[in-house]
Design a protein around this ligand. Structure first.
Ligand SMILES: *[C@@H]1O[C@H](CO)[C@@H](O)[C@H](O)[C@H]1NC(C)=O
Ligand SMILES: *[C@@H]1O[C@H](CO)[C@@H](O)[C@H](O)[C@H]1NC(C)=O
Ligand SMILES: *[C@@H]1O[C@H](CO)[C@@H](O)[C@H](O)[C@H]1NC(C)=O
Ligand SMILES: *[C@@H]1O[C@H](CO)[C@@H](O)[C@H](O)[C@H]1NC(C)=O
Ligand SMILES: *[C@@H]1O[C@H](CO)[C@@H](O)[C@H](O)[C@H]1NC(C)=O
Length: 389
């Protein structure tokens, strides 16, 4: 069987899958979108400040598990990434971890199940009993894309063909490799892990899936919110790299509902930087007011702007946005009244050989403050910056 190079075939197939998922979910009678998009205060496991009034988050960005599994090199990168995360977790002892997208390089996975590698990526956090949440990057749901000529007959990855008999596309042409879909990856993570705080966001925002809000509660009262964490799916992989108008509207709606007076500080996470990052990017060396240690490539921004920045800028409560995607950037720069920050490339997978590390955030409760720094694999610290005081 030939690997289809036809773009239309792949798009068509993707569409069928979304349609199918949509029908299944309707059939299951899902809750209203607003309900499933918030982890409410009645949740049995609130995220909460510790009694000494701090809450620390580690950001693991661009781990890219599962590269070149057919060589010795690939699996060794995953071992190295495990080591980076373990070092950071043991030195920092965070209360929470955010997986900031590109956990796996699905286009490099010659198996139809990226969940297996996704599971490896979350395992250092899980084994330490630390809770986490994840969001999608542009590589997580990609279809396997290497030329079939690279494989021996016995090593050819499984090829999927549509089973819907009513469709008129002829069998062979409609077949393709298929990535593990965002909803499948997220469902597996949630179902198999009680430490996962990830949520499949409202269906009216699909194909963007990782759109949800988590509340961090006061040490003295688990019902009393101190800060809100917003997670957005910046696309890529099976659909364009964008935060859509619908997502921007969703943010506006939900932030207004949860935090109408903008009294609670808000922190935003997604994977792919947007045009605002380009506008503040240091020209060469990183100089005040920006803070960071590497500025070694151009910002690779989303494909279009659809309004999210206007809503963020208009809320005085939004303190900072954190993204990954660019492995050669780790700065924070002010933009209007908030900060735009890159994480730090954590994984050994993905391009670039810059030393690995993780951006750490530390909030205090009373009074609220938000500080950040980068913890490197060798244990060193740099780029400390106060983002809100
Ligand atoms: C809070 O306690 C943790 C460990 O229990 C410690 O690492 C951290 O420095 C403390 N933070 C503050 C603000 O005292
Ligand atoms: C994919 O991997 C998960 C484990 O992460 C497993 O539960 C699931 O059954 C696998 N699915 C397939 C189709 O192999
Ligand atoms: C998750 O389950 C394990 C064992 O099944 C348990 O030890 C642990 O306390 C649970 N964690 C949470 C956050 O509920
Ligand atoms: C936002 O709220 C308006 C008014 O309630 C509603 O019509 C719209 O569908 C909501 N949009 C999203 C994306 O949730
Ligand atoms: C942001 O605020 C300005 C000034 O109050 C207003 O003109 C603009 O429409 C607002 N934009 C959005 C997206 O709410």
């Amino acid at each position: 069987m030939e690997m289809p190079s036809n773009r239309f075939t792949i798009l068509y197939f993707t569409f069928i899958f979304f349609l199918f998922g949509f029908i299944v979910n309707i059939a299951n009678g899902h809750e209203s979108p607003e309900k499933i998009s918030i982890l409410g205060t009645t949740d049995p496991k609130p995220l909460q400040f510790s009694s000494n009034s701090s809450f620390k988050i580690a950001l693991f960005a661009d781990l890219h598990y599962g590269e070149n599994a057919w060589t010795d090199w690939g699996p060794q990168q995953d071992v190295n990434s495990n080591r980076v995360m373990s070092t950071v977790l043991d030195l920092e002892k965070p209360d929470f971890v955010v997986y900031l997208g590109d956990l796996v390089t699905a286009n490099n996975l010659a198996i139809p199940n990226a969940s297996l590698y996704w599971d490896m990526a979350i395992s250092p956090t899980r084994t330490r009993g630390i809770p986490w949440a994840s969001l999608f990057g542009n590589h997580d749901d990609m279809a396997f894309e290497w030329p079939i000529e690279w494989f021996t007959a016995s090593g050819i990855p499984q090829i999927r063909c549509p089973s819907i008999s009513s469709c008129s596309v002829s069998g062979d042409e409609a077949c393709s490799f298929r990535g593990t879909q965002r909803v499948e990856l997220m469902n597996k993570e949630i179902q198999q892990n009680n430490g996962s705080y990830s949520i499949n966001g409202p269906q009216n925002l699909w194909p963007g899936v990782s759109n949800y809000v988590l509340q961090v509660s006061s040490s003295s009262d688990s019902k009393s919110a101190v800060a809100l964490l917003y997670f957005l799916d910046s696309g890529g992989g099976s659909y364009p790299e964008v935060i859509s108008t619908a997502q921007a509207r969703w943010f506006q709606n939900i932030s207004q509902e949860l935090n109408p007076q903008s009294m609670l500080p808000e922190i935003i996470f997604w994977h792919i930087p947007n045009a605002a990052y380009k506008s503040v990017a240091p020209k060469s060396t990183i100089q005040q007011p920006c803070v960071g240690s590497i500025n070694l490539e151009a910002v690779a921004a989303q494909q279009s702007e659809n309004g999210i920045m206007d809503f963020l800028v208009n809320r005085t409560s939004v303190k900072a946005v954190f993204v990954g995607h660019n492995h050669g950037l780790d700065w924070c720069c002010p933009y209007s009244k908030l900060w735009l920050c890159f994480a730090r490339h954590t994984g050994y997978g993905g391009y670039g050989t810059w030393a690995r590390g993780a951006r750490i955030l530390e909030m205090t409760e009373q009074p609220f403050s938000l500080k950040s720094w980068i913890r490197m694999e060798d244990g060193s610290l740099h780029s400390e910056v106060v983002l809100s005081s």
